[in-house]
Design a protein around this ligand. Structure first.
Ligand code: NAD
Length: 261
């Protein structure tokens, strides 16, 4: 960077109207909220998910598994062929894993890292030629509070999200001069089907939910719409000078050093 001017492209206008976005994991939870929010902001949304059966019919849905390069390459090519451009990639698809470092075998470590981390590299690299042509290129990765705090009994998941944080910074640095911004969001525990499934497996789901809410700094779960609003800002031209950074949507848990009990 020494002595050389770095210029992030300044998009014409201040909104996202007319841009095309890929949202991975966009058929459920946080990804579905992001798809809706971007759609409301005038973005053409392509949902890329391994299970598109529940995807909102207003969005073009492309079935792909982010852990499988061939299916990712085919889906990204299909998005580009259909819409003629890709301006935004939201890498949101992810899965959980429970327990300490001994709880998961090597196959499970490889599977989670392949989806949560390498999936970001697969999808974004397939879209790179299109992002390079965009007047307003942006990538946003869904990391987690686990990326900074390290959650108890979530060793593999925390490792994967810590890697997402480092990858976000590396991608931001690598593609800065190409005018591609890369940021991330760190949600706290959010009210999604994923968390619903965990609560449903408890003996008393209602009591478990109340206890989970009480453990959050602001006394409730994070709304997927709140995460979507942060993503919508980060990928918009309004954030044209913002790259390599994170928005925490966690009721203050990470910044206030409050840890789940
Ligand atoms: P969810 O299970 O409700 O939705 C995840 C979506 O991703 C699903 O539609 C699923 O089909 C898709 N998906 C999963 N694996 C995939 C793969 N290999 N290829 C393509 N699509 C795949 O989950 P959610 O709670 O909305 O979580 C979304 C993201 O947010 C994840 O990255 C998760 O780690 C992160 N996150 C969630 C929370 C939370 O409390 N819910 C908190 C912090 C971060």
């Amino acid at each position: 960077m020494e002595g050389r001017q770095v210029t992030l492209r300044q998009a014409q206008g201040s909104d996202t109207d007319g841009l095309v976005a890929i949202v991975t994991g966009g058929a459920s939870g946080i990804g579905a909220a992001i798809a809706h929010r971007l759609h409301d902001d005038g973005v053409t949304v392509a949902v890329l998910d391994r299970d598109t059966s529940n995807a909102d019919e207003r969005f073009a849905a492309f079935t792909a598994d982010v852990s499988d390069r061939a299916s990712v390459d085919a889906a990204v090519a299909a998005v580009a062929e259909r819409f003629g451009r890709i301006d935004i990639v939201v890498n949101n698809a992810g899965i959980g894993a429970q327990g300490d470092i001994a709880a998961n075998d090597d196959d499970e470590w490889a599977r989670v890292l392949s989806i949560n981390v390498t999936g970001i590299a697969r999808v974004t690299s397939a879209a790179l030629p299109w992002l390079r042509k965009s007047p307003s290129a942006a990538v946003c990765n869904t990391a987690s509070i686990a990326s900074t705090t390290g959650l108890p009994q979530r060793a593999l998941y925390s490792a994967s999200k810590g890697a997402v944080a480092a990858l976000t910074r590396a991608m931001a640095a690598d593609h800065l001069r190409e005018g591609i911004r890369v940021n991330a969001v760190n949600p706290g525990t959010a009210d999604t089907p994923w968390v619903g499934r965990l609560l449903d497996s408890a003996a008393d789901p209602a009591a478990e939910r109340a206890a989970l809410e009480a453990r959050q700094p602001h006394g409730r779960l994070v709304s997927p719409d709140e995460v979507a609003a942060a993503v919508a800002y980060l990928v918009s031209p309004s954030a044209g000078s913002t790259t390599g950074t994170f928005i925490e949507v966690d009721g203050g848990m990470a910044q206030l050093r409050l840890r789940p009990e």
